[in-house]
Ligand binder design. Structure first.
Ligand code: SF4
Length: 242
């Protein structure tokens, strides 16, 4: 079954504990959520074309028709691999929607999955082939869904599944209005699974900055229950990379 892909390119990972590592990015289209801060709104729906980088890191693209089949995507990943590249980042949109496609994608490189963690049943299908799982936990103020308790339950189940087999970390976007109370959904949830799971607070990239005092307050709050709490912004945007 083919998949709708927004773009394929080579860059460095800009978020989370693997920041700075070179990756080939495969950005899937389609997402079941509608986060207020979404920085890839063009990927929520499917489109007629996909843009493909011509050579690794060139920033020069050509278009191909959507959807793409798995052999085509595997060939493009190989073409965009480079000597310092270490992972294939499957991102979106929400890549887990395409779990059948991913499961049969015949590539020899480690898979780094960036997911909103809303599909535990699909996580179960992929847990043995994902090397690194970057799992979001949404907060109520993200306005990602009209069914927050159900999303939170699914996210925690997904994290628990990946944590058994993959290097797993959690990423939470911090908005200026985020409080200890809203962050508690994520902190308590992760603490109930494994206190050692790295827990990244990512201040939203926006004109309305999160104050350093708020960020430190939230880090200390999380640090009371979790062992590895970090604040990491979107560094690729600082470097003006894709
Ligand atoms: S889960 Fe990601 S792609 Fe989907 S709406 Fe939220 S930020 Fe955008």
């Amino acid at each position: 079954m083919p998949a709708y892909i927004n773009e394929i390119f080579n860059s460095v990972q800009g978020e989370g504990p693997y920041v700075g590592i070179r990756q080939v990015f495969v950005r899937f289209e389609g997402c079941q959520l509608h986060c207020a801060y979404c920085d890839t709104p063009q990927t929520r729906n499917t489109s007629g074309t996909s843009r493909i980088e011509k050579t690794p890191g060139s920033g020069d693209f050509y278009s191909v028709k959507n959807p793409l089949d798995r052999d085509q995507v595997a060939g493009l990943i190989r073409k965009l691999w480079s000597p310092s590249t270490r992972h294939v980042s499957l991102t979106g949109g929400e890549p887990l929607i395409n779990s059948d496609f991913i499961r049969t994608l015949d590539i020899e490189y480690p898979i780094y999955l960036e997911t909103n963690a809303g599909f535990p049943e699909k996580a179960r299908e992929l847990k043995d082939i994902v090397a690194i799982a970057s799992c979001d936990i949404k907060l109520p103020e993200h306005e990602s869904t009209d069914h927050y308790p159900e999303l939170l339950k699914n996210e925690l189940e997904t994290i628990s599944i990946f944590n058994e087999t993959s290097k797993t970390f959690v990423k939470v976007i911090i908005l200026p209005e985020t409080t200890k109370q809203s962050l508690s959904f994520a902190v308590d949830g992760v603490a109930s699974i494994d206190r050692n799971i790295p827990f990244v607070l990512q201040p939203v990239t926006s004109n309305k900055a999160v104050s350093s005092s708020r960020l430190f307050e939230l880090m200390d709050y999380a640090g009371e229950k979790l062992k590895d709490v970090r604040a990491i912004p979107q560094t690729h945007k600082m470097m003006k990379l894709l």
